[in-house]
Design a protein around this ligand. Structure first.
Ligand SMILES: C[S@@+](CC[C@H](N)C(=O)[O-])C[C@H]1O[C@@H](n2cnc3c(N)ncnc32)[C@H](O)[C@@H]1O
Length: 219
C-alpha cells in the first residue's frame, strides 16, 4: 500500500502527519519572522462565489518553485490570492524587482502586511492589494503564482486580464498554478505552453504544479 493509502486508513498516523506538517510550517515561520500557519474558513463567498479558503503553500514546495522559475532582478512576482503572504515572503528573499499580493479578505491581507514588515532578510519590496483578483491590474507582473485560490469562473477572468495585459505590453511571463484543479481553463485562456510537474518530498504526498511559460528558454 502507498504511504498515502496508509495515512488514509490510519487516523492516528494521519494526525501525526498533520502535526509534523504544521510544526514544520511553524518552525519555518519562526525562522523567517512571519506567521502564516492555520486554515481559515470561506468568508468571502458573497464577493467571489468560487473563492477557496486560506491554506498556506508548503515551504518545501515553494523552494522547488523558486528553483524552477529562477527569478531574476527584473521580475515582478504576483501571488493571486496571497492569504497571509507566505509565497510573497519567500520570493521577497530573492533579488527581484517587487512582490505584489492580491487578497480579497481584509483580515488576511492585514496579516500579509504585518508579515511583509516583519520578514527577516527581505530583499524585494512587498505590496499588498486588498481587492478581488478578477479586478486587479496585472500589467507589472512577470511571475504569477496561484495556489488554487478560486474556481473556473474567477480563474478564467483573471487569466483573461493577464492575457490582455500581455497583448498590450509583450514580455516574458510564467504562471505557476499549484493544485491545478482547473488546468483546462489555464490551457484555454492563456494559450501558452503548459508543463505539469509532480513534486515529491518524502514521505509527504506528491503535489502537482502547473507552469505556463511564454519563454522557450525556460524548461
Ligand atoms: C489556498 S489560499 C492560498 C494562499 C497563499 N497564496 C499561499 O499559497 O500560501 C487561497 C487564497 O485566495 C484568496 N482568494 C479567494 N478568492 C479570491 C479573489 N477573488 N481575489 C483575491 N483573493 C482571493 C483566499 O481568501 C485565500 O487566502
Amino acid at each position: 500500500m502507498s504511504i498515502r493509502g496508509v495515512l488514509r486508513e490510519n487516523r492516528a498516523l494521519m494526525w501525526l502527519y498533520s502535526m509534523l506538517r504544521d510544526s514544520f510550517g511553524y518552525a519555518n515561520d519562526k525562522r523567517h519572522g512571519i506567521e502564516t500557519e492555520s486554515v481559515d474558513s470561506f468568508r468571502f463567498r458573497d464577493v467571489c462565489a468560487d473563492a477557496t479558503r486560506y491554506e498556506a503553500v508548503p515551504y518545501w514546495l515553494l523552494k522547488r518553485i523558486v528553483q524552477v522559475v529562477k527569478p531574476c532582478p527584473e521580475d515582478v512576482f504576483f501571488d493571486i490570492g496571497c492569504g497571509k503572504g507566505r509565497a510573497l515572503a519567500m520570493f521577497a528573499l530573492c533579488p527581484i524587482r517587487k512582490c505584489v499580493g492580491v487578497e480579497i479578505d481584509p483580515a488576511l491581507a492585514q496579516v500579509a502586511e504585518r508579515n511583509a514588515a516583519s520578514l527577516k532578510g527581505r530583499v524585494a519590496s512587498i505590496e499588498i492589494r486588498t481587492e478581488n483578483a478578477a479586478e486587479t491590474d496585472y500589467s507589472l507582473g512577470t511571475i504569477y503564482f496561484m495556489f488554487n485560490p478560486f474556481g473556473a469562473a474567477t480563474l478564467a477572468a483573471v487569466l483573461k486580464q493577464i492575457r490582455e495585459s500581455l497583448a498590450k505590453q509583450p514580455r516574458k511571463i510564467c504562471v505557476v498554478y499549484y493544485n491545478p484543479l482547473h488546468l483546462d481553463v489555464l490551457r484555454a485562456e492563456l494559450g501558452l505552453r503548459v508543463e505539469v510537474r509532480t513534486e515529491k518530498h518524502f514521505p509527504w504526498r506528491p503535489q502537482k504544479v502547473a507552469f505556463a511559460w511564454n519563454d522557450s528558454q525556460k524548461e
